[in-house]
Design a protein around this ligand. Structure first.
Ligand code: ATP
Ligand code: MG
Length: 431
């Protein structure tokens, strides 16, 4: 079909996930879930829509996300709803609403699913993207910070990924951040001529946000900005030192960047990012940090928390860029082909019997000739073809055809299932 004839397309910045990529993603999600469950995290699913205020309050009015990227709409009842741009605020909302603290602290929760931000689409940046993330709510222990960081690293190791760097920082707390922000503010005044319009606005509304700017001129102007790391209060310094110590203990290598702040306002103390080589500007695959005031901001009791989120599309980009193929697409075990003159009912009976034994099987539903059925079996990448022929059936036999080895042999119907199992086991054993 030509493009002109196509009236409907997926909205800009979104895309369909089609096999085998969809199966690759499933594989990655399975491994990620296993790594999370290995560390005691349990699955949570929150709604795709939330009340708009939840995000305004938590992520911060001056952030790019709230200022210009949210998909917000009024529903028929006049309520303002937003497609979730991130997962942490919803999880903390659910923790408070469902009184999850009563199940014991910390609550260790993980989620996976789509997020929505109206960004300019480009490689690694979409309007609907998918995250896997986790939150540990209720504990201030720096070991939990290190544990949260370790999950991405463990997933990368399971997938065989290399060529990345973990960058960590502390952005302080209520005690030490205000005086730092004042310092930064007066620094920004001094360089305001070099800043873009947006950063000038940011320096008035929320000076920390100037660090998010991707413009080269702003980045240069900020190079000599005071670093928050040097201004931490003793408690924050101690927490950060302990977190770094635990990372060392876990054997996780990292670099401290005292100017790294992340794009959401709710972070306190630890922040971190995993940055990959060779992914261009969209090189952060996973990031997160601590958010000790978030529960309070949402109207709950003071509750510390720390979490991460990882972009599945960016993870896949890294997997592809490094030539890895950890989860090849599904393969059909058996294609049941009917030779000319064979009773179609018997062909379908054999296919059903194979399926009932837990072996994947498919057949022809397009009235194809035998040669075309072989081609179809090849397209489906079937491990084995069962050819059901009229004369063979009368003798109580079927033909096994191994497409990979181009050989075939006769098997009696009574031995068909056990031979099938032996064959497939052999295929698995030999790779
Ligand atoms: P960036 O600086 O690249 O915009 P971010 O700081 O906005 O990232 P977070 O909000 O912390 O990212 O989200 C965590 C992860 O989700 C990112 O590291 C990235 O892998 C992924 N992610 C964020 N925004 C997008 C997007 N628009 N498209 C695809 N993946 C995204
Ligand atoms: Mg962003």
């Amino acid at each position: 079909m030509s493009d002109l004839a196509l009236k409907y397309k997926a909205p800009r910045g979104t895309s369909d996930l089609v096999y085998p990529e969809s199966e690759k993603v499933e594989g990655i999600l399975r491994v990620a879930a296993a790594e999370l469950e290995l560390r005691g995290y349990r699955r949570i699913s929150t709604p795709i829509i939330e009340n708009t205020d939840l995000f305004r309050r938590s992520i911060g009015e001056a952030t790019d996300i709230v200022a210009k990227e949210m998909y917000t709409f009024e529903d028929q009842g006049g309520e303002s709803l937003t497609l979730r741009p991130e997962g942490t605020a919803p999880v903390v909302r659910a923790y408070l609403e469902r009184s999850l603290h009563a199940r014991g602290l910390p609550q260790k929760l993980y989620y996976l699913g789509p997020m929505f931000r109206r960004e300019r689409p480009q490689a690694g940046r979409y309007r609907q993207f998918h995250q896997i993330g986790a939150e540990a709510i209720g504990s201030p222990d720096p070991f939990i910070d290190a544990e949260i960081i370790s999950i991405s690293e463990a997933l990368f190791a399971r997938l065989g990924l290399r060529g990345y760097e973990l960058v960590v920082n502390s952005v302080g707390c209520r005690e030490c951040r205000p005086s730092y922000v004042r310092m930064l503010s007066s620094f920004l005044e001094g360089v305001s001529q070099q800043l873009c319009d947006e950063c000038r606005r940011r320096s008035r509304e929320n000076p920390l946000r100037t660090f998010d700017c991707k413009k080269e001129s702003c980045r240069q102007a900020l190079e000599s900005a005071p670093a928050i790391g040097e201004q931490l209060c003793p408690a924050c310094r101690e927490h950060f030192t302990a977190t770094c110590g635990h990372l060392d203990r876990l054997g996780i290598r990292f670099r401290v960047d005292e100017r790294m702040v992340r794009g959401l306002d709710y972070y306190t103390n630890t922040t971190f990012e995993f940055q990959f080589e060779g992914l261009g500007a969209q090189n952060t695959v996973s990031g997160g940090g601590r958010y000790d005031y978030l529960a309070e901001q949402l109207g709950g009791p003071a509750t510390p928390g720390v979490g991460f989120s990882l972009g599945i599309e960016r993870l896949l980009m890294a997997v592809d860029a490094q030539g890895l193929d950890p989860f090849p697409g599904l393969r059909l075990d058996v294609f049941v082909a009917g030779a000319p003159g064979a009773d179609r009912g018997r062909v379908l009976d054999i296919m059903t019997a194979v399926r009932n034994a837990g072996i994947s099987a498919d057949s022809d539903f397009m009235e194809r000739g035998l040669k075309a059925q072989m081609k179809q079996a090849d397209r489906l990448d079937a491990r084995l073809v069962l050819i059901v022929g009229k004369d063979e059936l009368e003798r109580g036999e079927v033909t096994f055809r191994d497409l990979d080895q181009s050989r075939q042999w006769q098997v009696s119907l009574s031995m068909m299932m056990s031979e099938l199992r032996d064959f497939l086991e052999g295929v698995k054993r030999d790779g």
